[in-house]
Design a protein. Structure first.
Length: 82
């Protein structure tokens, strides 16, 4: 079988007042809506993965002794059969 893959970033959006007051449910609802949208187009969630991205220091940071920085990013991976 052949598959097509789609990798997307996901950042939940909540308000400060949601913390401790239903934040988990709001994030879960956003994820569920995203999964349902993709599923309706034939995409199947494969998983959430964390990838490290190396960010090169800019000119000013380099002059001030700063170096490259590694930042973790979370990505959702979907696939569908083609």
């Amino acid at each position: 079988m052949k598959y097509e893959y789609k990798v997307i970033g996901f950042v939940a959006e909540i308000k400060q007042s949601d913390i401790g007051n239903g934040a988990k449910e709001k994030v879960a609802g956003q994820l569920e809506a995203l999964f349902e949208d993709y599923a309706s187009e034939g995409w199947e969630l494969q998983g959430q993965y964390t990838f490290n991205v190396q960010v090169a220091a800019g000119c000013l940071a380099s002059l001030q002794g700063g170096g490259n920085v590694t930042v973790p990013i979370d990505q959702l991976v979907f696939r569908k059969q083609v």
